[in-house]
Write a protein that binds this ligand. Structure first.
Ligand code: HEC
Ligand code: HEC
Length: 349
């Protein structure tokens, strides 16, 4: 019985999925007027979510920030989280794909940390569940920070300043992977983008977006159907799609989500990234193949390059040059006023 039920709900889900384009592509569901209630679903919740046992507080943020910027978390002592997730570069690195240990070029781009607090799944292939779950990964990865973590914990446990920072942040807990992860995750939850021109327009400031940007938003949720994947409020459905990048045609392409969930649809599928602060994080896509937002929109306008296993949600709508410009201008409205982040003073050795 349970089996039949499962099969049935799978069929319903599949049908919903196949027709989701038509059901949800809905320019008509919005009134394009600053502050209109129909737009409210695009506002992020006022409070940033966090898991049980890791409620943010000042001591935790302070510790997490020091760890995030501390190159002694890497084997060669020359690379911190901020090397690849640099707040001055939109919490990314400005590179097509990341550079790891000994400047080795890696296969995937560094995603922004902006609004990862709202992700229900982390990494391009979704192999991590939460920020806490993700945080030790880069240190342990031999191609990234290449750190001997046993050595790291030994050092942290012998460092006077870190000892007192951990004590203030996580009293009664050991200095070990769980507390290091929780502190890093807490700091990452401060990288929030929720005050863009678009947010201000949604809240009622009619001057916040230009006419062209409003046209771009209409196209984004309507004709161009971007919002079917880059959905409200964080411009992501936390789902995985093959959008037909040229690199998918390579000899041994990156299989993306398929490595975690071996379903045909997941071959070459990657997580939908947020588009908040997108102007700051060029180049684009997991392989860094699009230099500019114009290039990105052209990619979609032609319905992808390599079409084997293409997501059924990829639009086949051709966009005119001026429509493409409008969408690019709209994406520029997703940046907040720049907030400089001061560098922390790191504990002495
Ligand atoms: C060598 C560059 C590099 C360093 C150093 C690095 N990262 Fe990353 N980070 C990446 C890349 C590349 C990915 C995507 C990898 C993938 O999806 O396979 C990533 C993914 C992430 C994600 C997931 C974001 C998302 O939207 O899915 C988070 C969070 C993150 N890193 C945090 C950190 C933290 C915390 C540190 C330090 C402990 C760190 N990173 C160090 C390059 C780096
Ligand atoms: C079928 C779902 C889907 C649709 C439709 C879609 N996107 Fe995407 N978008 C994705 C996925 C998945 C990625 C990451 C793909 C990759 O790198 O392999 C992405 C990446 C991007 C990026 C690069 C983000 C980054 O951080 O590198 C931008 C910009 C973007 N999309 C904008 C748009 C625009 C504009 C539209 C409409 C014209 C659109 N998307 C339509 C799913 C979609």
């Amino acid at each position: 019985m349970e089996y039949v039920y499962k099969r049935f709900s799978l069929a319903v889900l599949t049908i919903l999925f196949l027709f989701s384009n038509n059901i949800f592509a809905a320019e008509g569901k919005y009134v394009f007027k600053a502050g209109h209630p129909s737009l409210k679903e695009w506002l992020l919740p006022d409070t940033v979510p966090y898991p049980e046992g890791n409620k943010p507080n000042k001591a935790r943020i302070k510790l997490g920030k020091k760890l995030f910027f501390d190159p002694r978390l890497s084997g060669d002592g020359n690379m911190s989280c901020a090397t690849c997730h640099n707040p001055a570069l939109g919490w990314s690195d400005g590179l097509p794909t990341a550079k790891g240990v000994k400047s080795k070029v890696l296969g995937r781009a560094s995603p922004t940390v902006f609004n990862t607090a709202y992700n229900s799944i982390q990494m391009w292939d979704g192999r991590k569940k939460s920020l806490e779950d993700q945080a030790m990964g880069p240190m342990e990865a031999t191609v990234e920070m290449n750190m001997n973590t046993a050595k790291l914990f030994k050092w942290l446990n012998s460092n006077k300043e870190y000892i007192s920072l951990f004590k203030a942040a996580y009293p009664g807990e050991k200095i070990a992977a769980p507390t290091v992860s929780k502190a890093l995750a807490t700091f990452e939850r401060t990288a929030i983008s929720n005050n863009s021109a678009f947010d201000r327009w949604v809240k009622g400031d009619s001057k916040a977006m230009s006419e062209q940007q409003i046209r771009g938003f209409k196209l984004f949720v309507g004709k161009a159907d971007c919002a079917v994947c880059h959905s409200a409020p964080n411009f992501t459905d936390n789902g995985f799609h093959n959008i037909g990048l040229a690199s998918w045609g390579n000899k041994n392409p990156d299989m993306g989500r398929y490595t975690q969930r071996p379903l045909r649809l997941m071959k070459g599928a990657f997580k939908t990234p947020t588009l908040r602060e997108i102007e700051r994080t060029a180049p684009y896509f997991h392989d860094g193949s699009a230099k500019t937002l114009q290039d990105v929109v052209k990619h979609y306008s032609q319905g992808g390059v390599v079409k084997t296993n293409l997501s059924p949600n990829m639009t086949k709508t051709k966009l005119s040059a001026s429509e493409r410009d409008d969408i690019v201008e709209f994406m520029r409205a997703l940046s907040s006023p720049y907030k400089a982040i001061s560098l922390p003073e790191l504990p002495l050795n």
